[in-house]
Write a protein that binds this ligand. Structure first.
Ligand SMILES: [Mn+2]
Length: 386
């Protein structure tokens, strides 16, 4: 069984390439999103040649715009592409009802490729590829978005996919599957085994460059090495709407890639130091009750996911952390196995501006005036009051 609509999406993308339509890739700003964008961009390059000008890539600026497709970023795209084009969202889009509608009104054909759980129906996109929308129980639904994008690339290029390109895509898919903490069974397990088998000798200049500073020989296990690689690739530094990591992954010049790798590693060390400081700071507070719910204007949303993961592992309770802005707060959520962050927030949805994600890891935005009510609502939910 194939993922619903994946052939349709592949067909539409082939057609766009053939007709030299403007293609806009919009991917989320994490490793899964950047890996997905890299796979799709290089797939289209394979059809059109590396230097074609028909693909533009965008990522949301997390600090200003938050996660996924958003109105501000969409306005930039609309003003830049007045005639519209084929807009493909990767690792986001499935809960962006308003934005998808607006893109359609402005002349864009929209393909959503996402692995998040749809909430309250589906957006009005032209094609939606998201295994979670599917009733079919024989379809494996737990791919990272890069896994879905890899399968889409296979559909687009078919037997024309060069084996080196396939290897290279599998390396990215393996890293993204591990980074997004997807379950390591079925095809995910295959992706990881195959991707990690070749990655040490990867043809990708970015990986050659990175591994010249970060050799697997210096680590106890391959997995320890990969987690260090992943943390270096999880930088969310932006240049406009472009992720530094994306520019790194697609860089074809080895010397340039080395300079970028050095910067990413420095940044990742800095981030680790800040994360440890935050974990200690929150741990020092009294953490009674069935949930950890904390926020501050001084915290950096970029780091809160990693902080929440560590606290969730250590205390084995749901963790909701937010950065407070003037009028609203943006937060990230991690919950222990057996609990569901999305359902918890769904039970409080009238208090939230936006929310979404996966059962173990999710995010939200909330007006500051509703924060205390939101916390109370979550306590009621996790204490089983409702
Ligand atoms: Mn993802």
């Amino acid at each position: 069984m194939k993922i619903k609509n994946i052939e349709k999406a592949a067909e539409r993308i082939r057609k766009a390439a053939k007709n030299k339509e403007q293609i806009i890739i919009f991917a989320d700003s994490d490793l899964d999103g950047t890996a997905s964008a890299t796979i799709l961009k290089e797939t289209i390059d394979n059809l059109l040649g590396r230097n074609h000008l028909k693909t533009a890539v965008f990522f949301p600026k997390r600090k200003e715009e938050g996660y996924g497709l958003n109105d501000k970023a969409l306005d930039v795209i609309i003003s830049q592409f007045k005639k519209g084009g084929l807009l493909i969202t990767l690792d986001c889009g499935i809960t962006n009802f308003e934005e998808v509608k607006k893109a359609g009104k402005n002349g864009f054909t929209v393909i959503i490729v996402d692995h998040h759980q749809p909430i309250g129906g589906l957006p009005e996109a032209d094609i939606i590829v998201d295994p979670k929308q599917q009733e079919e129980t024989r379809v494996f639904k737990e791919y990272a978005n890069a896994g879905i994008t890899f399968k889409l690339a296979e559909e687009i290029l078919k037997e024309e996919m060069p084996s080196l390109l396939r290897e290279s895509f599998l390396e990215l898919t393996a890293l993204a599957t591990i980074s997004d903490m997807m379950i390591e069974t079925e095809e995910n397990k295959e992706f990881i085994i195959q991707g990690l088998a070749t990655i040490e000798n990867s043809e990708r200049p970015a990986f050659k460059a990175l591994f010249s500073f970060l050799s697997p020989d210096d680590f106890n296990s391959k997995r320890d090495w990969i987690s260090k690689v992943n943390s270096a690739l999880n930088s969310s530094k932006m240049d406009g709407h472009i992720m530094a990591v994306y520019s790194f992954l697609i860089e074809s010049d080895l010397e340039k890639a080395k300079g970028m790798a050095r910067e990413l590693l420095e940044e990742s060390d800095q981030k680790h130091r800040e994360i440890s400081v935050l974990v200690d700071e929150i741990t020092r507070k009294s953490l009674n009750g069935s949930l950890i719910f904390e926020g501050s204007p001084d915290w950096n949303i970029e780091y809160l996911g990693a902080v929440a993961s560590r606290l969730c592992n250590r205390f084995e309770k749901p963790v909701f952390l937010h950065q407070k802005y003037e009028e609203f707060s943006r937060g990230t959520v991690r919950v222990p196995k057996g609990k569901d962050a999305v359902k918890a927030m769904e039970s409080c949805k009238e208090l939230l501006r936006t929310f979404g994600g996966h059962p173990p890891a999710a995010g939200f935005t909330v007006e500051n005036k509703n924060i205390e009510k939101f916390k109370k609502c979550l306590l009621d939910y996790f204490d089983g009051v409702k």
